[in-house]
Design a protein around this ligand. Structure first.
Ligand SMILES: NC(=O)c1ccc[n+]([C@@H]2O[C@H](COP(=O)([O-])OP(=O)(O)OC[C@H]3O[C@@H](n4cnc5c(N)ncnc54)[C@H](OP(=O)(O)O)[C@@H]3O)[C@@H](O)[C@H]2O)c1
Length: 276
């Protein structure tokens, strides 16, 4: 890992998070290249991490052992077709973090037979090294390639492999879009606290720390969420009253519907981006 040259096509938010994680994990800055058309992105990355930056995607593709594709999904086809010749020459391990771009479409745009491709779906907490990423690999990716991709994504948080690419829409619906669901719940709790008379700043901090502490408790516990919830819900107590109201409102069914809607949208975006 220390000796590999890692190149990024696209140097926006997610690439910056990954570069930061890799440097913190001990990858030498001299081995990291980022290509981005935006001067400000390049200047920030170079100043913060002392890595190489350029506007030349082909130069990055030509010298990378691992090539991370980190442009927006709608920019991916143009970016991939433009570096196809360099990718065919160098045959790097390709890691795509673009939401909704299928590996077959990527392989077609990169026009390189039997190319090892890993598709990853990180989420925004990656920006504070607390992300959760779902990963899948195509048939041409060997164990070494999988390990390298896993190391890269693990630099910004938890990594979970899924056995089939078709499951990536479910990963997108659960953890990709997941931060927004928790933020909505936090927003609702904050507002409810204020409605009950708490000062806004206190309601906000109590909400955020409760979310953080609960996630930490659940991660560090052997028990699952249902069991932990039972343990904090005393019969006849305050929590029981609130949970009863939430369950009468069919919160679980609502989340199931919400995630199915996100999954469906993910599949239709993949079909739309993959055209051509
Ligand atoms: N942010 C997230 O939470 C998150 C979560 C999961 C997955 N992702 C995926 O990560 C990818 C990057 O997201 P992001 O939030 O980092 O986006 P971003 O901040 O917009 O970064 C993308 C960067 O790539 C540049 N770019 C565009 N076309 C390029 C090209 N042909 N060659 C090189 N660079 C090019 C963009 O420049 P311009 O601004 O000039 O276009 C921009 O600076 C997306 O595909 C997204 O689906 C992001």
């Amino acid at each position: 890992m220390q000796d590999l040259t890692i190149g990024f096509i696209g140097g926006g938010n997610m690439a910056r998070a990954l570069v930061g994680g890799l440097i913190a994990a001990g990858v030498p800055a001299r081995n990291v290249w980022v290509s981005d058309p935006v001067e400000e992105q390049r200047a920030t990355l170079a100043a913060q991490y002392n890595i190489h930056t350029t506007t030349d995607n082909t130069a990055v593709a030509d010298q990378s052992d691992v090539l991370v594709l980190a442009v927006k999904p709608q920019q991916m086809r143009a970016a991939a077709t433009a570096i196809a010749l360099a990718v065919a020459r160098r045959r790097p391990l390709v890691v795509s973090i673009a939401a909704g771009i299928r590996m077959d479409d990527l392989a077609r745009w990169l026009d390189t037979p039997q190319l090892a491709i890993v598709r990853a779906m990180p989420n925004t907490p990656a920006l504070v090294q607390s992300g959760a990423s779902g990963l899948c690999a195509n048939a041409w990716t060997d164990d070494e390639g999988r390990t390298i991709a896993e190391h890269i994504l693990r630099a910004v948080g938890l990594v979970q492999w899924v056995p089939e690419e078709s499951m990536m829409d479910a990963v997108t619906a659960l953890s990709g879009s997941g931060p927004a669901y928790f933020l909505l719940v936090m927003e609702a709790l904050h507002q409810a606290g204020v409605a009950m008379g708490l000062p806004s700043e206190q309601a906000r901090l109590l909400t955020l720390q409760t979310a953080f502490g609960t996630a930490r408790l659940a991660l560090e516990s052997e028990a699952d969420a249902a069991e932990l919830r039972r343990r904090v819900t005393s019969p006849g107590g305050t929590t029981e009253q609130a949970i009863k109201v939430l369950q009468e409102g069919q919160l679980e069914a609502l989340f199931e519907r919400a995630l199915l809607a996100a999954q469906k949208r993910g599949a239709s975006l993949a079909a739309q981006y993959g055209e051509g």
